[in-house]
Design a protein around this ligand. Structure first.
Ligand code: C5P
Length: 294
């Protein structure tokens, strides 16, 4: 009989989408204070962990070549931090990262990979850990890791670690687009002209997609101007999305991935087909945000 410890555990590491991102201040250590409404897509990387005789790490997938397979990879940092806290439980593991999200692209690929690695290893190693401690380990890996551990619609404040659950966010048909340009998050934050903006307006009851878009119209991604200064091509990405008549198009995180929201899956699919034909080298994915509770 197969021991349960010998079974592989696979988790999706979904794309993180900042529907709105306000920059409200800066801490003494340089990190920025944010107020961001975040959802997660039905599309992402895949992390698989399995008991092994010795540790190993393998990268696969369309973007697997773009990442280091050494200890600088956030997946291995996540493994090593968790092991350091639970040395007795942490037997050797084979980890595979199937990379489908573009690298350094504002949709939290690395952070989501780290969060899913932590979750998968907590399960494989049968670790009992309270969520606050796991969040702290996550935060030590990156400001976006706690929200990725949450994995459901959330408002993130502080540098990203203060999480407030959002009552409901309806399922949003979406297209994600990236023109292939990677952008450095610290560079974008450094290029900000204004850091003391107001926070997000109070979130009303969001009953349907129109309610979400009406709310988002009152919000911004405050990183957009700084990204556009460093990467003027981002404007073409937004224009391309707007040419498909979405309800709303915007950049996620520090870019360069942008998203658009549509009325229904058919409209998102049609927009994605059009964009794929027009920009064959771009990353174009039709997806949807996961609803609260799913
Ligand atoms: O935490 P993480 O490693 O993902 O952040 C990358 C960089 O982005 C930080 O070193 C910092 O320069 C910048 N950052 C920031 N404020 C945040 C999150 C990230 O200034 N809230």
């Amino acid at each position: 009989m197969l021991d349960s410890l010998d079974q592989a555990i696979s988790l999706t590491a979904p794309a993180k989408i900042n529907l709105a991102l306000h920059v409200t201040g800066q801490r003494d250590d340089g990190y920025h204070l944010l107020d961001s409404l975040v959802v997660f897509a039905g599309f992402g990387d895949k992390i698989t962990v399995k008991r092994a005789n010795a540790d190993s790490f393998h990268l696969s997938g369309p973007y697997g070549d773009g990442l280091p397979a050494d200890s600088s990879n956030l997946v291995l940092k996540a493994r090593d931090r968790l092991r350091a806290e639970f040395p007795d439980e942490a037997f050797p593991v084979a980890i595979n990262l199937d990379k489908h999200l573009p690298i350094a692209s504002g949709i939290g690929g690395g952070s989501s990979d780290a969060a899913s690695t932590l979750k998968a290893l907590v399960s494989l190693w049968c670790i009992r850990i309270d969520p606050a401690r796991l969040n702290n380990i996550g935060l030590s890996l990156g400001a976006d890791v706690p929200m990725c551990l949450h994995g459901r619609p959330v408002v993130a404040r502080g540098i990203g670690e203060e999480l407030e659950k959002v009552a409901t966010v309806p399922r949003l048909p979406m297209v994600l687009v990236n023109d292939g340009n990677a952008i450095s998050t610290p560079q974008v934050f450094n290029a900000l002209k204004k850091r003391n903006n107001t926070g997000l307006p109070a979130i009303p009851e969001l009953k349907n997609i129109a309610d979400v878009c009406a709310y988002l119209e009152q919000t911004k991604n405050h990183l957009f101007a700084a990204t556009a200064e460093l990467l003027p091509e981002i404007v073409e990405t937004i224009d391309a999305l707007n040419s498909t008549s979405p309800l709303l198009a915007r950049m996620s995180g520090s870019g360069a991935t942008c998203f658009a929201i549509y009325d229904n899956d058919e409209a998102a699919s049609a927009a994605a087909s059009h964009l794929r034909k027009t920009y064959p080298s771009w990353f174009v994915i039709e997806t949807h945000s996961a609803e609260e509770g799913h």
